[in-house]
Design a protein. Structure first.
Length: 411
């Protein structure tokens, strides 16, 4: 169903955004009550075109996240739900395990902290020495590592297609090429407009990813944070060098920065990706340097939170830009984990743009953020591991919709 036809209608629930979080929310809603008149409105020609189709494809186990945070709880339960969903709907997964590698004595304390978090989050893992590490990943130079056997890989784009099929079989509608551009609350219902189309819905869930703050604003709210797009660029190992990485190899992350550092990821469809870095994207869908939106860039630069963040992390920021411009610098970063890697082992790969909420104080908001306006719930910040956690996030959102029958408590 596309929005070129004039579309109208009346729904119990409209979900804005056909990425994995919006689709998973629809799946969970229909699982709870299949009489729900539900519609998903997606701006693009198909589902899963942005973050959900441009990620590393890792089924995260929940090692890194602050115990008790929404990330920690939904990642664990969401991963189990995702594995069950994939098994039921024929989407291949591979629980291949990963290693988080300390390459110097200076990283051992941080590795201890990660291990402590993994244990607190109930994630199966084991501290291993360099011999065990070499047996698992012969090309990696590390003095110690955390082995997490329960981490896996999947193709989240395929998951999105499977979710769309489940929604449509259960009577839900997915309308593509429907970019929501107006939302009005009138007579106790929302009028949601997209180009020539308009429909009415009793409730709305905003899962618009890179545009979640704008949808929140259209719904009359004032977002507590702004979405800043950060591009992650990858190289691929050339086929003759695939043996350098057997599964998933990560560095010990910098606690000041939520991105996980350049790593090696075996993809479920074949091949190994190396990266990503993290550079400011010049458009919300800025997959290349030449993708520039004057509106998006002007909004980013005018936002005080971004300027504070840039001031605080300018050194790291320039390092990331340098790695984007210089393959040699990218190779040097990768050599920390695999010293034998050479520029000739790498060919340019894909990129993805992360929707990262930044507070007015200039902090990268780490946890998932869910906000409300009358008759609506907004998934404002859903960065990694939100693909893994999507079904649990959906469940959480559906709970919140159920708890708030009386919308007066949204105000
Ligand atoms: C480089 C990278 C690597 C990652 N690796 C992993 C990983 O390995 N594992 C993991 O769990 N997570 C990973 N993530 C995070 C994960 O991909 C995201 O958290 C997740 O896909 C977010 O899903 P979403 O549905 O919120 O957003 P999206 O997939 O971006 O979906 C939002 C949708 O809303 C639509 N939309 C926007 N505005 C409108 C509008 N006005 N009207 C209608 N529709 C609209 C968009 O077109 C889009 O389809 C990674 C992310 C990136 C960028």
């Amino acid at each position: 169903m596309v929005a070129s036809e004039r579309i109208s209608g009346e729904y119990d629930l409209a979900i804005v955004g056909g990425g994995i979080v919006g689709l998973a929310t629809a799946v969970r809603m229909l699982a709870r009550d299949d009489r729900t008149r539900l519609v998903v409105l997606e701006a693009e020609a198909d589902v899963g075109r942005h973050q959900s189709g441009h990620n590393s494809g890792v089924l995260h186990s929940g090692v890194y996240y602050r115990p008790g945070s929404l990330k920690a709880t939904t990642c664990r339960t969401g991963k189990a739900m995702m594995e069950a969903f994939c098994a039921e709907h024929g989407v291949p997964t591979d629980i291949c395990g990963k290693v988080v590698v300390a390459t110097s004595a200076g990283e051992l304390e941080a590795l201890d902290r990660i291990e402590g978090r993994a244990v607190a989050n109930g994630v199966e893992c084991e501290r291993i020495d360099s011999d065990r590490l070499r047996a698992l990943e012969p090309a990696v130079a590390g003095i110690a590592a955390l082995h997490v056997p329960v981490t896996g890989i999947v193709d989240y784009r395929q998951v999105c297609f499977a979710m769309r099929a489940v929604i449509e079989r259960a009577g839900g509608r997915v309308i593509t090429r429907a970019r929501v551009d107006r939302i009005q609350l009138a007579n106790d219902e929302l009028r949601i407009g997209f180009g020539h189309g308009e429909l009415r819905a009793a409730r709305m869930v905003n899962c618009a990813g890179l545009h979640s703050d704008r949808i929140l604003r259209l719904a009359g709210g004032s977002p507590s944070a702004k979405i800043i797009p950060f591009r992650g660029e990858y190289y691929d190992l050339v086929p003759s060098s695939h043996s350098l990485c057997r599964n998933l190899i990560y560095p010990v992350p910098d606690p000041a920065f939520p991105f996980l550092g350049v790593h090696f990821t075996r993809m479920i469809g074949g091949g190994v990706e190396c990266g990503p870095n993290a550079v400011l994207a010049l458009a919300r869908e800025g997959y290349r340097w030449r993708d520039l939106s004057p509106r998006d860039l002007a909004e980013t630069l005018a936002f005080g939170g971004f300027r504070k963040l840039a001031w605080r992390h300018w050194r790291m920021g320039w390092g990331e830009v340098w790695r984007s411009a210089s393959k040699a610098a990218f190779v040097t970063a990768l050599q920390r984990l695999i010293p034998a890697i050479r520029a000739s082992d790498l060919q340019p790969g894909r990129s993805g743009v992360r929707a990262q909420a930044v507070s007015p104080a200039g902090d990268l908001i780490d946890d998932f953020v869910i906000d409300r306006t009358p008759h609506a719930i907004h998934v404002l910040n859903a960065p990694s591991p939100a693909a893994t956690a999507s079904l649990a996030i959906g469940e959480h959102v559906v709970d919140q919709l159920g708890q708030c029958q009386d919308d007066t408590d949204y105000d």
